[in-house]
Design a protein around this ligand. Structure first.
Ligand code: ADP
Ligand code: MG
Length: 222
């Protein structure tokens, strides 16, 4: 299978005053197209940091990230923003939906720059139906439960048909039944469209649903 994402010897430190924290100490990982990978690790082990570096959100101190052969941090910041919008979908623990927009508008928003408003809304509606929210499109986020909001966030992440999906503790704010439902939709969408998924979790039951399981420990993937 073709390599979609290649992370090589990535280091990331945080400096606060005189203290330097070595969070990633040379992480390397090759992700094949269509794979689903889970990254587990204790709280504070650097999972979110690694996900942000992989997704083009956070410049590493050293090392490289290549997406389909292109150096993500070799691009200009403007080009990298465009690259993320076109190729990458993110789902975070907190849903980050805009309270003043309804669900349809929230989901359609990432595509407004790339398609006509009308096309964006048509696709957003289709995705919302797929995650079981077809009846809720006119509602605002605060009128939905946590699990429903996360399903809307999932639809939004898929809006631009990204090759790569990154999820950071997507069920971390949900009770286990609600979380299971979100995961059901996540894997259904990812598998039916052959997206590549990197999922961060501290929950073993969630991790085992992925085709490859990795653990981040002492700044390295094992
Ligand atoms: P995880 O997602 O595995 O819980 P994080 O990647 O969020 O871990 O954080 C790894 C370590 O880096 C933690 O010790 C955290 O406190 C620290 N850290 C994360 N972000 C920052 C930041 N912006 N500034 C300083 N320290 C940070
Ligand atoms: Mg985290």
């Amino acid at each position: 299978m073709e390599t979609i994402l290649h992370v090589e010897k990535v280091k990331r430190t945080y400096t606060i005053g005189k203290t330097t924290l070595d969070v990633l100490k040379g992480v390397s990982l090759e992700v094949k197209a269509g794979e689903t990978i889970s990254i587990m690790g204790e709280s504070g082990s650097g999972k979110s940091t690694l996900l942000h570096v992989m997704g083009g959100l956070d410049n590493p101190k050293s090392g490289t990230v290549h997406f389909q052969g292109q150096s993500v941090y070799g691009m200009s910041p403007a080009r990298r923003t465009q690259f993320r919008a076109q190729n990458v979908g993110f789902v975070f623990q907190s849903f980050h939906l805009l309270p003043e927009l309804d669900i349809l508008e929230n989901v359609a928003l990432p595509a407004m720059a790339m398609r006509s408003r009308r096309d964006a809304k048509v696709r957003a509606r289709e995705l919302l139906v797929e995650v079981g929210l077809g009846e809720r499109i006119g509602h605002r986020p605060q009128e939905l439960s946590g699990g429903e909001q996360q399903r809307a966030a999932l639809a939004r992440a898929l809006m631009n048909e990204p090759d790569m999906i990154f999820t950071d503790e997507p069920t971390g704010n949900l009770d286990s039944n609600t979380g299971d439902k979100v995961l059901h939709y996540l894997f259904q969408l990812v598998e039916s469209r052959r997206h590549t998924l990197v999922l961060v979790t501290h929950n073993k039951d969630v991790a085992v649903r992925c085709s490859r399981q990795l653990v981040l420990k002492d700044g390295l993937l094992v």
